[in-house]
Write a protein that binds this ligand. Sequence first.
Ligand SMILES: [Zn+2]
Length: 275
Amino acid sequence: MKRISLIAILTIAVQLAVLAQPQFNIQGEEVYKGDDVVFHQIDEHTWVGTGHIMFNESLYLVEGDEKAVLIDAGTNIKDLDKIVASITDKPVMLVATHVHPDHTGASIDYFPELYINPADTVGIPQFMPNYKGDVKYLKDGELIDLGGRQLEVVFTPGHTPGSTTFVDKAAHYGFSGDSFGSGNLLLTTNFSTLLATCEKTSKLMADQGIEKLYPGHFFGPNEETPQRVDDLEKIAKGALSGDIAGETNPGAMLGLDLFINQYGVRVNYNEKALK
Ligand SMILES: [Zn+2]
């Protein structure tokens, strides 16, 4: 009897744990699985790595003929350089979508250089104070040439001042980190900044035929789409005009104690974001 109760309790606990996790369904062949990260193939020369410390923090490996770019480094992935070298034999350049500990965590130390948007330098003292390598700066609109493949650097501030998206125009997709929230945007700047970013990105996606942006917390079915960007634009406009009022969420992450939940996306912010 005692044993049955224990099994029942364990079963309930597992079910609750599963319910608490967003749906996880990443397609594609698993090419690496370790304690800290799992890598799946997106297409022939592109992979997504998934960590398990901060809501499936995602990193992306994008390979060209001559070099590869690693977009973000997760929270704390031991031997990330060796793991990446087991997937690509090309030299790897590390870039970040933004300076936050689940994207520029301890594993950045395996790489001698890290490229960021200079506007996120403000986050370095708090979020990556111990990096021993060289911090280098990206430019808005610059092209990173990987040999037969290019990534365009697109500054998309909002989540942080220096949030950045990397677009592969030929592949019709990009990688946007937390710029559009993966379904749950933490807006640490303000709605005017978010609005400008959505307008810029919406135009870019339409002009370049970009169908989706792989997010910083990828569960499988939650890529950012043109629709998502338009919805965030509507939320930003509504918040600024006062047409959409926020609800309170005391004690929320990063002091973002207000939120708007509309169009299937949640935006977390605070009073300062309205000024
Ligand atoms: Zn994140």
